[in-house]
Design a protein around this ligand. Structure first.
Ligand code: DP6
Length: 395
């Protein structure tokens, strides 16, 4: 029987604090502005992927995600396969003893430990894991920066999931995209006490995909041009300085303002795009209540192309931030585990919110389906745990 080659990895989700929104080249996924994100811990959110190849496989490449066959014929997945195979061919050309893997059919099996397409950056973790797993399979010498250039072609935000910690994506200027790649702003160990509480508002699939939404924004919004040319370049610098100095107040303010700016360009799109809903706005109100109660900025909200709220805070403020949500949303999924149990409730601020922001509290209680507690984490990790067995069958 012919040999089955396998390699596995896990890859993280990242949530941007300076948003990527707009493509200057939709084919190569080249953005109109740089962006910056925090990589989240894989203990809570991750994609696990095994890539394998064998001459005994059916001729067509295949991908199984959470047990369901996926279409791999799309241009984005094909671009990733093509680039990785080309790099493997270089390895085989240099080393005549290297097994000829580049032309073998690929079989890939992937699993998310969170709801796919719930607006939790599943495409980012998915493409980062796919690219990293195939790179491991092909024993490519490529570093994360090089691989980020490939993952970017799968999904823009995926390029940032090749690194842990605090990650930038340099928009680049060359037409072929060779300089549009991710870079490490700081490792997770630099500012390890960054935490996030995610309020999952809807686990339904999102309305307007980011890909089509951002195209319409670029084509119709007049706010968009100044965001890309002035606002974001200034904030990229402010944010990198805030991270280097571990200056949470600046980090938080820029995060919230950039989320607002991104959603403003969505509203300025014609026809308008509404990713935030009443529950999202209630989450914003609650963060404001928390910051007012603290007398300084200790919590920062941000929203991607969907209604879920991601709220960043520092571990030392866990009671002051997550504690409020624990008290208000005590009956939601997410508090029962070890991590959730460790959060101390905050009755004082919750009580104040109950009287001062009654409507917002009601909306949150009704609209939040579950809570995820997480924090800054590491980049992709190679694992021996395979989702394809030695016979080439999904396990
Ligand atoms: C709002 O990376 O999903 O989450 O490149 O078309 O796949 P494609 O878009 P995608 O867009 C993410 C947009 C965002 C902001 C961000 O993550 O920076």
């Amino acid at each position: 029987m012919s040999e089955i080659y396998r390699a596995s990895t896990t890859a993280p989700v990242n949530i941007a604090v300076i948003k990527y929104w707009g493509k200057r080249d939709p084919k190569l996924n080249l953005p109109t502005n740089s962006s910056l994100s925090v990589t989240l811990s894989q203990n809570d959110l991750r994609t696990h992927t095994t890539a394998s190849c064998s001459s005994s496989y059916p001729a067509e490449d295949s991908l199984l995600l959470n047990g369901k066959p996926q279409d791999v014929s799309g241009a984005r997945t094909q671009a990733c396969f093509r680039e990785l195979r080309a790099l493997r061919k270089e390895v085989e050309a240099r080393d005549s003893k290297a097994s000829k893997l580049a032309d073998l059919p690929l079989k890939i099996v992937s699993e998310n430990n969170f709801p796919t397409a719930a607006g939790l950056a599943s495409s980012a973790a998915g493409f980062a894991a796919l690219v990293r797993a195939i790179a491991n399979l092909y024993e490519l010498p490529a570093d994360p920066t090089e691989l980020s250039r490939i993952a970017r072609q799968g999904s823009g935000s995926a390029c940032r999931s090749l690194f842990g910690g605090y990650v930038g994506w340099e928009q680049g200027s060359s037409a072929d995209g060779s300089d549009s790649k991710a870079f490490e702003v700081a490792p997770a160990s630099h500012w390890p006490n960054m935490r996030a509480v995610i309020l999952v508002v809807s686990a339904a699939k999102k309305d307007v995909s980011s890909t089509s939404g951002m195209q319409t924004t670029v084509a119709t919004s007049s706010l968009f041009a100044s965001r890309a040319s002035e606002t974001v370049p200034r904030r990229m610098k402010e944010m990198q300085d805030a991270i280097k100095n571990k200056d949470f107040e600046t980090f938080a303010k820029v995060t919230m303002m950039d989320s607002n700016s991104f959603h403003a360009t969505c509203l300025d799109t014609y026809p308008p795009i509404f990713y935030l809903n009443d529950v999202s706005r209630a989450a914003i109100k609650m963060v404001e209540q928390i910051n007012t109660a603290a007398g300084k900025i200790i919590a920062a909200y941000t929203f991607d192309a969907g209604p879920n709220a991601v709220i960043y805070y520092l571990e030392e403020n866990e009671k002051a931030v997550a504690g409020v949500f624990k008290t208000l949303l005590a009956d939601k999924d997410g508090w029962s585990g070890e991590r959730g149990a460790a959060v101390e409730g905050n009755y004082e601020v919750a009580e104040k919110a109950n009287s001062e922001a009654e409507v917002a509290v009601g909306l949150l209680k009704e609209g939040v389906s579950r809570v995820i507690l997480t924090g800054v984490g590491e980049g992709p990790v190679r694992t021996e745990e395979a989702l394809i067995d030695e016979k080439g069958e999904p396990v």
